[in-house]
Design a protein around this ligand. Structure first.
Ligand SMILES: Cc1cc2nc3c(=O)[nH]c(=O)nc-3n(C[C@H](O)[C@H](O)[C@H](O)COP(=O)(O)OP(=O)(O)OC[C@H]3O[C@@H](n4cnc5c(N)ncnc54)[C@H](O)[C@@H]3O)c2cc1C
Length: 460
């Protein structure tokens, strides 16, 4: 059925990370492209928008964080509203999926992956064994992790994982203090890291250097960090390893960089060391009341019938003394009340972004970003991904009459349910305050991490 009404459709976007913002921009474009006129209300459980761009991306990567200026442009468009401190859930002050379905023509979930994948080994929950989700949130000023207090009193930290998050957390532990102080790292973390005793981060990958999922830029930049020596075992990254034409260009470049580090050898004069140890899986974390050592299993590689290279335990063990284990083996989605959820992948089952029930049917609910496809890809990946979903949202909206909707009534309902709600103007006030505080010391911003202070700043 063609939609001949002049009334706009209203879409709720839950989550204000990259995926939510790309979806919002694409929805707001629909009318100009000959589709239905769409208005967007965006919700986030935090007072501040931008998801992992604010609370995940490493603070010493300000250029990457500056993608937020694109999201500001979307937020300034007509037909867009932001409502922070509104959680979709089942708690007394949460808004429920059913309430949103009553009030909106469609819901797009862009809630990301809010928790960690577990190692499933003894000692994983000892104090001093910290999920990268928490550690990253702590140094980025995510209000949920402000009180983490990771123990930074031992010389060595062990990082489990061979991806960019593992590199981020290892690098943040070892950045020179002056570099750290130039970033928007939360103040509590700046002070703790500046006083840290950690001199070495041992980055452990289950498989070999060929299978590691670091990106080239993140590996290459390690060479430019002051007072940091990168230690790679020449036996694990032998001469000629990068010459195999069957490897992808990116992998070959990574191997060349690792090989260069191996050839250079450690610089004993450097204050900090980042050491790579491949073919190692955590087997047990031990300690009396806190982490004191980690037992690593030594692996060999085997290629399965499906062509996948697997790590196989040789039974040999290596014990490493440490007071801090950072687990960086992946993020994981969290089930939303009432929505289907696939436990294995930690995502909401969907067909090109249309949420599907057990019978494969779909209604007025959609997903974008990490909750749609799992925690992979870079920020830009979420744009293509959101466009795919929005194509379906727009097609489905065009086939339906928009429901009765009063934006003012919806806002009044929200304000009653969530009295602390932070709207776009409130966020703009917080943003201006944070940037202003950063200016005298040349920092991009000084983050406010206390929920009550954020609410206070957001009030006129
Ligand atoms: C540590 C780390 C570093 C990274 N660094 C880079 C990098 O340097 N470069 C790069 O390109 N990519 C990087 N990425 C990847 C990038 O951050 C992701 O691709 C992207 O953030 C995923 O977007 P998203 O919108 O799906 O999820 P998110 O960014 O996680 O956004 C989800 C939003 O939903 C909100 N939310 C969750 N649950 C609810 C709820 N129930 N109700 C309301 N709101 C809710 C959250 O508060 C959050 O704001 C990094 C990722 C991590 C984890």
């Amino acid at each position: 059925m063609e939609n001949h009404t002049t009334r706009p459709h209203h879409v709720a976007v839950v989550g204000s990370g990259p995926a939510g913002f790309y979806a919002a921009a694409s929805l707001l474009d629909a009318g100009a492209a000959g589709g239905p006129d769409v208005r967007v209300d965006m919700f986030d459980r935090l007072a501040t928008p931008w998801g992992l761009v604010r609370a995940g991306v490493a603070p010493d990567h300000p250029k990457i964080k500056s993608v937020s200026s694109q999201y500001d442009k979307t937020a300034a468009r007509e037909g867009f509203r932001f409502f922070g401190l509104v959680t979709l859930g089942a708690g007394p002050t949460d808004v429920t999926r059913e309430e949103l379905l009553e009030r909106y023509d469609a819901i797009v979930y862009a809630v990301g992956s809010q928790t960690e994948r577990r190692l499933g080994i003894p000692g994983e929950d000892l104090p001093g064994s910290v999920a990268s989700v928490d550690f990253v949130g702590w140094y980025n000023g995510h209000p949920d992790f402000v009180h983490l207090e990771p123990p930074l009193d031992s010389e060595r930290a062990v990082v489990i994982g061979a991806g960019n998050v593992a590199l981020d957390v290892a690098r943040m532990l070892l950045l020179p203090e002056a570099d750290l102080r130039a970033t928007d790292t939360a103040d509590h973390a700046v002070e703790a890291l500046a006083a840290s005793s950690v001199r070495e981060a041992l980055v452990c990958g289950r498989r070999g250097p060929i299978e590691a999922s670091f990106t080239t830029t993140e590996l290459r930049e390690l060479a430019d960090i002051d007072d940091l020596t990168v230690v790679v075992d020449p036996e694990q990254v032998p001469a000629g390893i990068a010459d195999d034409p069957a490897l992808s260009k990116g992998t070959r470049r990574n191997l060349e960089i690792l090989r260069r580090f191996a050839e250079q050898g450690p610089d004993a004069a450097a204050r900090h060391r980042m050491a790579f140890r491949f073919l190692r899986s955590p087997v047990e974390i031990r300690g009396d009341g806190r982490v004191e050592e980690i037992v690593l299993g030594i692996n060999r590689l085997e290629t399965g019938e499906d062509g996948r290279v697997r790590a196989v335990d040789t039974g040999e063990r290596e014990t490493v003394a440490t007071g801090l284990v950072l687990r960086a083996v992946g993020y994981r989605g969290v089930e939303l009340p009432g929505l289907p959820f696939d436990e294995a992948s930690g995502t909401v089952p969907n067909t090109e972004g249309r949420v599907t029930d057990r019978d494969g049917d779909h209604g007025r609910e959609y997903v974008v970003g990490w909750i749609k496809r799992g925690p992979t890809g870079i920020i830009g990946t979420n744009k293509k991904d959101a466009n795919e979903t929005v194509r379906h949202v727009v097609a489905d909206l065009a086939a339906r009459e928009p429901r009765e909707h009063s934006p003012d009534e919806v806002e009044a309902w929200l304000r009653e349910r969530c009295p602390d709600l932070v709207d776009q103007e409130g966020w703009a006030a917080i943003d201006a305050h944070e940037r202003g505080r950063g200016e005298p010391s040349g920092r991009p911003r000084v983050k406010v991490v206390d929920r009550d202070e954020l609410v206070k700043l957001s009030r006129p």
